[in-house]
Structure formats: structure tokens, C-alpha cells
Design a protein around this ligand. Structure first.
Ligand code: SF4
Length: 478
């Protein structure tokens, strides 16, 4: 068996962004997908790709460009030119840790099979990949990548042999796969979007003139001047063909488990996810923190980017002025997702600098979205104190991370999470804060307007789907 298991399976998961476009008038969609991927870059910075076809051209002719790096690094005017001439396409941005970060695992995946060609882009993670993969391998499948998305593509291709349409094949495959998936799929004549029945990660539909768009976030619709139509429902399969949008909701159930961390951290603040504004959620998180963890202070500051809106909410609720204490270098990747501890430590100073004139001589409340291992928080508190802050009170707009995530994010296993083995007071001491307060789990619902259909498993251990028996995070990564 050529599959290689990583020594440390904790640092594996990807979170990704997907984008699809189909222009019914036959106009080129490559530039829309390119700009859409730019707007989704925060969801994955290690690789990206675009697959393009022409619904009026020969079936199965797909042009693909994929590579390691940011959208701005992978695509040039020259290679975008080679993709020109297609009115249907899908794109993907991917994050993974070092082990799985290689060119063969980039997406969209393009699969040739007896009924034509499929191009697939996936955000999320399956929990039954090993079983599905073994089943396929015992019946002769040979995998070209080490990602679970290929298992999905194979299942769709296989189901297609016994289905009248590709969208029916997607629905049948969805009955076998389990876990988190937001998919955009291109067949020779159709664009398909599908979301797992729990609706872990977002997927929305937009329209610009006669072009339909599918995107991970509404912010990506706005980036290409498309109008938001609606979210793909959890469990829904939407098919877009020359006649417009068609929907299949047979797999929709009332048991929804949206990833609450999308609102806290992953998604852009200018995105709405299932009718809830990410920005408003963060403001509300700050307001709740001000109610539950008040403190006398002179200024409220947020750690960019996701801490800013929460800091504003804290300020609005407490009446303490809001200030901008950090200058961020936007060209550095997120420290949260750097694969090695040494890299994580060194990148903090490069990423953030403190405006001493804002915090000098002041009692500061610093709002951040989370504490994972504690390394970053300790550095930032020290930076504020070195810049002259007399007190630094840390408020976190999420509950403490206690459990790993199996649904498409890289929240690691318990031992690596500072809150797993330490009390709040111990963490406060470790990061050298004057006080520390987290958002309570019980208030997460208030943060998103009272909705209760969300996943909070990384805080509570209440997994909406049983976690895999073996730790799949990292499995099959080469
Ligand atoms: S476990 Fe946490 S990060 Fe993972 S899907 Fe649930 S809420 Fe999101």
C-alpha cells in the first residue's frame, strides 16, 4: 500500500473555499472564478485551481490550471488566457498542513469516466473516508490523490452508471458519504452544488445577468457583482442547466449543525451564512463578553481581523472607547494554520505590530477570537505591555477549545489545546494577562440570533455525527 501515515496526525485538516459559475448566455467565466477565488483566499492559502469547460463545445473537453500557492501566485495573465473560452467552471482554494500539501492533492479534481468528465471542488471533511476508500479499492479503483474529495468524486462517477442524471448520481453518492461537504461540481452541461445534510459549511447561490454562481461565501458573490439569491439548504442538491436552477431536497432534515466557528473566525465579516451576518455575530459576541466579563479599562482593542468586530461590540456595550492598536501585515498567512510551532512563533511579530501611542499608559481590553495553543496570545499580550499598556485584559469571543474537529478544520487533538489541560486561571497566568474571560457555550446561540442549529463540538465534545473510530485527520496524506 502506498499510503503514508503522518507521524503527527493532529495537524492535517484543511478548510477550503469553492466557487462555480455557469453563464447561460455563453460568456466566458474564467475571470469571475479568478476574482471569486481571490475573495475566498482566507479559506485556503496553500493551493488553488480552476477547471473550465464550454457547454456548447465537445463534451469532456476541460481545461485546468492548478498550483501550489496563493491565487495571485498560481495565476498569471498568460495562464488565465489559456483557460479562456469556457462558460462553465469551478474553482477551489485549499489549505492543508505540510504533509498533505502537494500538487497532486490540489483541486478541482477532474475525473474522466464512461459518461463524460466531472470537475469537483470540495470544502469539508468526510468521517467515513477509510471505509469508502477501502470499498472502492477492493473493486479496482486506483486513487491518484490522498484526499477524501477523490472518494466523493469516485462515488459520484460510480453512481452515475446507474442514474439517469448526474444530479441523481450526486444524491445517491450523498447517501453513502458522511461528514462535512460543500461541493461544486461541473459536468459537461451542468453546474451542481450540494451541501451535507448537517450544513456544516456554507454554500450560496448568486446571479449576475444570466450567469449563475455558487460560492462558499456571499462575500465572493459581491466580489464578482453577483446578486445573492439564497443559500443552498443543508442536504440540498441544486442543479443549474440551460433552463435555470433545479432543486432536490430529499436529503434535507431538520437536524442542522452549522459550524459555529465559521461565524467566530473562518468566514469573512462581510459574509452572511444561512441568513446570519458574520459581522453582526461578532458584534454580538463582543456585547455578550462585555455583559459577562466586564472590567474597568480605558480602551478596547481587537486582534485583527476577527477580533475587531467583537471589540467594537464590547465597546458599544460597555461604553469604553474602541481603538485600533494593531497594524496588520495582510500578506502573511494566518498564524493559526502555520504547520510548525517554530514557524508559528516567528510569524507573530511579522504579522502584527502594536501602535504604542494607542495603548501607552492605558488599561487595555484585548479581544481575540480564540486561544488554540496559547503561543500567539502570550506574544501579543507581551507586545502590548512592552508598548506601555498598564494592564491587559483578554477576552475571547469563543468558548475554550477542548476537542478536535473532524469536519474540515484543523483544530487539533485535545493535548495540543491549551484549555484541554489548563484552567482559565492557569491560561491567564501562562499568557500573562491581568484577567481572562471566554464567551460561554450557553451564549453561542445568542451570538447568532437565537438559532440553535449549529455544531459546537470543538467546545463541548457533542459531535453531530459520531467521530470516526480511528483518527482520520491526516489519513491518506502523503
Ligand atoms: S467541531 Fe468546531 S470547528 Fe469543527 S465544525 Fe464543529 S464548530 Fe466547526
Amino acid at each position: 500500500m502506498s499510503i503514508e501515515y503522518l507521524e503527527n496526525p493532529d495537524e492535517i485538516h484543511e478548510e477550503c473555499g469553492v466557487f462555480g459559475a455557469y453563464d447561460l448566455d455563453g460568456n466566458d467565466v474564467v475571470s469571475s472564478i479568478y476574482y471569486g477565488l481571490f475573495a475566498l483566499q482566507h479559506r485556503g492559502q496553500e493551493s488553488c485551481g480552476i477547471a473550465i469547460s464550454d457547454t456548447n463545445g465537445p463534451k469532456g473537453k476541460v481545461k485546468v490550471w492548478k498550483g501550489m500557492g496563493l491565487v495571485s501566485e498560481v495565476f498569471s495573465p498568460e495562464n488565465l488566457e489559456t483557460l479562456a473560452g469556457g462558460n462553465i467552471g469551478v474553482g477551489h482554494v485549499r489549505y492543508s498542513t505540510a504533509g498533505g500539501s502537494n500538487i497532486s492533492n490540489t483541486q478541482p479534481l477532474v475525473l474522466n469516466y464512461v459518461k463524460g468528465t466531472l470537475a469537483l471542488a470540495h470544502n469539508g471533511n468526510l468521517v467515513n473516508t477509510p471505509e469508502l476508500r477501502r470499498e472502492l479499492e477492493y473493486t479496482g479503483a486506483i486513487f491518484q490523490t490522498t484526499i477524501d474529495s477523490e472518494v466523493i468524486a469516485y462515488h459520484i462517477a460510480r453512481e452515475r452508471l446507474n442514474s439517469k442524471t448526474v444530479e441523481e448520481a450526486v444524491s445517491r453518492a450523498m447517501k453513502k458519504i458522511s461528514g462535512a461537504y460543500s461541493l461544486v461540481i461541473m459536468s459537461p452541461r451542468k453546474l451542481i452544488g450540494a451541501r451535507d445534510p448537517f450544513g456544516f459549511h456554507p454554500l450560496c447561490i448568486g446571479k449576475r445577468n444570466n450567469a449563475f454562481i455558487l460560492a462558499s461565501e456571499t462575500a465572493a458573490l459581491h466580489a464578482v457583482d453577483a446578486e445573492f439569491i439564497r443559500d443552498v439548504l443543508p442536504g440540498e442538491v441544486v442543479m443549474i442547466d440551460k433552463d435555470g436552477i433545479h432543486s432536490n431536497t430529499e436529503l434535507c432534515t431538520p437536524k442542522i449543525a452549522r459550524c459555529i466557528f465559521e461565524y467566530i473566525y473562518f468566514a469573512r465579516p462581510d459574509t452572511s451564512f444561512d441568513g446570519v451576518s458574520v459581522y453582526n455575530s461578532r458584534i454580538m459576541a463582543g456585547r455578550i463578553l462585555a455583559q459577562t466579563h466586564p472590567v474597568e479599562a480605558d480602551i478596547i482593542v481587537g486582534v485583527p481581523d476577527s477580533g475587531n468586530a467583537a471589540a467594537l461590540g464590547y465597546s458599544m456595550e460597555s461604553g469604553i472607547p474602541f481603538g485600533m492598536a494593531f497594524v496588520k501585515n495582510s500578506y502573511v498567512g494566518r498564524t493559526f494554520i502555520k504547520p510548525k510551532q517554530a514557524m508559528r512563533q516567528s510569524s507573530v511579530r511579522i504579522k502584527l505590530n502594536v501602535l504604542a501611542e494607542v495603548v501607552r499608559g492605558k488599561r487595555v481590553v484585548m479581544i481575540d477570537d480564540s486561544i488554540v495553543r496559547g503561543t500567539t496570545s502570550e506574544k501579543i499580550v507581551r507586545m502590548l505591555k512592552n508598548a506601555g499598556a498598564t494592564e491587559v485584559h483578554v477576552r475571547i469571543s469563543s468558548p475554550p477549545f477542548l476537542h478536535p474537529c473532524y469536519f474540515g478544520t484543523d483544530i487539533p487533538t485535545g493535548e495540543q489545546l491549551i484549555a484541554h489541560n489548563h484552567s482559565v486561571e492557569e491560561i491567564r497566568q501562562m499568557i500573562d494577562a491581568d484577567s481572562l474571560g471566554y464567551l460561554e457555550v450557553e451564549r453561542l446561540s445568542d451570538m447568532i440570533g437565537g438559532d440553535t442549529g449549529f455544531c459546537d463540538a470543538c467546545f463541548t465534545g457533542n459531535y453531530p455525527i459520531d467521530p470516526p473510530k480511528e483518527d482520520i485527520r491526516g489519513e491518506f496524506e502523503a
